[in-house]
Ligand binder design. Structure first.
Ligand SMILES: CC(C)(COP(=O)(O)OP(=O)(O)OC[C@H]1O[C@@H](n2cnc3c(N)ncnc32)[C@H](O)[C@@H]1OP(=O)(O)O)[C@@H](O)C(=O)NCCC(=O)NCCS
Length: 136
């Protein structure tokens, strides 16, 4: 089930984050997002947290800040369900993806996101960010 993240989820969320990214967010960063009323932080819970999405929705525009699925639970449709949660009430959505992140780019394209820009050397390791946009 999809539900709002709670503080007790932090350890599981951090484990997924660390398994998913070379430059993972800190626990403090996740807590700040949990406490930010402008941000929606949803977890996929199947007797344990298997993934999460963090996004904002302002005037029908969603911005996706983070999305990840536990490595052992990938390619079962959870990433798409989490992304759909962020798009559900949106008219438009925006996000950045690392130029080399093929699985994520494929997920976004499968939902109709289009590339709209490139932020050169956006990440600490010098990797470019691709800006993507979705319209309902
Ligand atoms: C990106 C991520 C969230 C996808 O989660 P997932 O649960 O595996 O995705 P889904 O099973 O819902 O896949 C949906 C679609 O995305 C695409 N996709 C996902 N993973 C893919 C891969 N490894 N290769 C190619 N296409 C892929 C496919 O089109 C897939 O549809 P299909 O299975 O019917 O072919 C997951 O790979 C992940 O957590 N990666 C690490 C974190 C990350 O990079 N987050 C994004 C930051 S911008």
């Amino acid at each position: 089930m999809m539900r709002r993240a709670e503080k007790r989820d932090l350890a599981e969320v951090l484990a997924i984050e660390r398994a998913s990214f070379d430059d993972p967010w800190s626990g403090e960063a996740f807590l700040a997002f949990m406490e930010n009323p402008a941000v929606r932080f949803t977890v996929a819970d199947e007797g344990g947290v298997l993934g999460y999405v963090i996004y904002s929705l302002i005037c029908g525009e969603a911005e996706v800040y983070n999305i990840a699925v536990a490595p052992s639970a990938r390619r079962r449709g959870l990433g798409r369900l989490l992304l759909d949660e962020a798009l559900r009430e949106a008219e438009a959505a925006f996000l950045d993806v690392r130029a080399g992140n093929f699985p994520a780019a494929m997920l976004y394209k499968s939902r109709g996101f289009k590339e709209i820009g490139l932020r050169k050397k956006y990440y600490d390791n010098g990797e470019d960010a691709i800006e993507m946009e979705w319209r309902k």
